[in-house]
Write a protein that binds this ligand. Sequence first.
Ligand SMILES: C[S@@+](CC[C@H](N)C(=O)[O-])C[C@H]1O[C@@H](n2cnc3c(N)ncnc32)[C@H](O)[C@@H]1O
Length: 264
Amino acid sequence: MPFTKDYFFRIGKTGRPQEYKYKCNICGIRILHTRSFSTHNNKYHPKEQTRFFPSSRMKPYYQDESVTIYNADCRDVLPTLEKVDLVLTDPPYGIADVWKGGGGHGWAKSKDESVLRNEWDARPPDSALMKTICNSATASIIWGGNYFDLPVSRGWLIWNKPERNFTLGEAELAWTNRDTVIRVYDANRSDVGRTHPTQKPISLMKWCIETAANNPQTILDPFMGSGTTLRGAKDLGRKAIGIELEERYCEIAAKRMSQLAMQL
Ligand SMILES: C[S@@+](CC[C@H](N)C(=O)[O-])C[C@H]1O[C@@H](n2cnc3c(N)ncnc32)[C@H](O)[C@@H]1O
């Protein structure tokens, strides 16, 4: 069926310029439609592009009664999702070059891990993607928020790592859209049983969910990594959606989802 406003009605924006979500009022299929203009020889040339929602065709990599995982680029999946209660995520910071110079203590020394990490850490989210991420939920908690273009906020979260004098930061910061005071959580780095170079402690992600406003029931992590956010959400009896570019991390996350709840 061609795109025509007789059949399709607009259901929202995607965050990309001139791109809107439409739904067919006959069969319910959802599409993304972009309308832009260019000028040439003093004439307007409208350019229209229509594509299907990727997730309306995309099969989840893993699904159970509370968790759905997509092995995909979050830029393709996010515009297709319904709004959730909380986006809790830990995006790549884009410090690949710093990382290359790395060296020092613990896992910062590992050459293999620095190479692996450089591949995805070289692609940090830009401000348009950050906006889409924040619009995908009522509440937002973004780890590494001090690296990204985000609005002023006073409700920051701090993960304080009690160890001192190691190469990486002694604390990490999460931006939130909550107008409240700063909160601090103390936890050691999760070196034991770590399956991802920047794996967060599960207890930290559970604390974030419990600290968030309005008791969130559905949680989204568009940079899922090994699935720590999802595991934390599942342990707390919430629903969660994860998106991850790299299949090897989706596999690790899927295994973590199949394990019994952690006693943490
Ligand atoms: C900082 S790590 C998250 C680690 C996670 N918090 C954990 O505990 O395992 C960021 C992850 O985002 C993934 N990633 C990078 N760009 C992405 C994109 N455009 N869409 C989906 N995932 C992406 C990377 O592969 C990486 O695993």
